[in-house]
Design a protein around this ligand. Sequence first.
Ligand code: AQP
Length: 337
Amino acid sequence: MSETVQQQVIFSGIQPSGMLTVGHIAGALRNWVALQYDYQCYFCVVDLHALTVRQVPANLRRWTLDCAAMYLAAGIDPAQATIFIQSHVAAHAELAWVLSTFTGFGEASRMTQFKEKSEQHSHNVNVGLFAYPILMAADILLYQTNLVPVGDDQKQHLELTRDLAQRFNNTYSPTFTIPEPYIPKYGARLMSLQDPRKKMSKSDPNQNATIFLADDNDAIRRKIQRAVTDSGNTIAYDPEHRPGISNLIEIYHLATGDPIEAIVERFRTASYTAFKAAVADALVAYVEPVRTRFLQLRADEAFLAELLIGGAERAARVAHRTLRKVYRKVGLWSPKD
Ligand code: AQP
């Protein structure tokens, strides 16, 4: 008799706070695609997280479907992975509440993303922004996740998730799987094309700073040509001292799959102008098929709705099991216990 081997679990998500960027492919989506056949995967559109910044409601609704369509366009196979919207599974907000009672005010205050985002949105530093990493911990822990493929900026939030899981397990009994981050060696933090000391972000007000996955070929070429580079005249990979050119090397690596060393070797003596032209060509060739698939998928809202409803039903079953266990352990009464 053959034994069924339980597949390990992956959870990850992206906020629908704008059109996704090449940064999302580099830091997250390409690893989701690469790992999807070896793990049981939950890929979530984390719309509740997007509320931590004031959103125009119609935009948020549009970006939510954009985000789901982009997961598919990037290569997520819906027959393989569960794709769903966070607000459709109530257990996320419910577990976040319980976990917030296990989180110290001091440890939440240390999150660098909170500090950065509260400076960026100084007119609206809300409690949700502060509690963001706790909701993220709930997202992950509900699915007994083993691995979380994310960009480098999420490392600290993952550490908090692990601490909360361990704290809960130690207080009661083993309840949550302790998740590991999965962060790529290159592309874990693609930088702004206009300020290479800052992360490339979908909500950057400077449109030239970001390559969006729905940008047309002309926009991609124009943005790469205008990218801020460092003083110097060689193509060298040194993110600390040459962040502008190193970022373009990482973008070229993402688009072609060529090793960083081989890229540097090939272009060592090329001018910045020639290298930027090569990066633009490579990126256009990489993004164009993603954009074409995205536009086709996005046009079929009925298909997306069906996929997302089915995904939420599957996710809710698993999430509810974990939530019930947590409620029972902390002492919330239920007639079913
Ligand atoms: N520039 C990036 N380079 C590498 N990885 C990135 N990620 C985001 N930007 C980059 C990774 O994508 C996943 C989801 O990110 P998110 O959109 O939910 O949150 P974020 O990191 O706050 O992304 P943005 O674009 O900066 O959003 P806004 O502008 O709304 O604040 C994560 O795994 C992240 O690491």
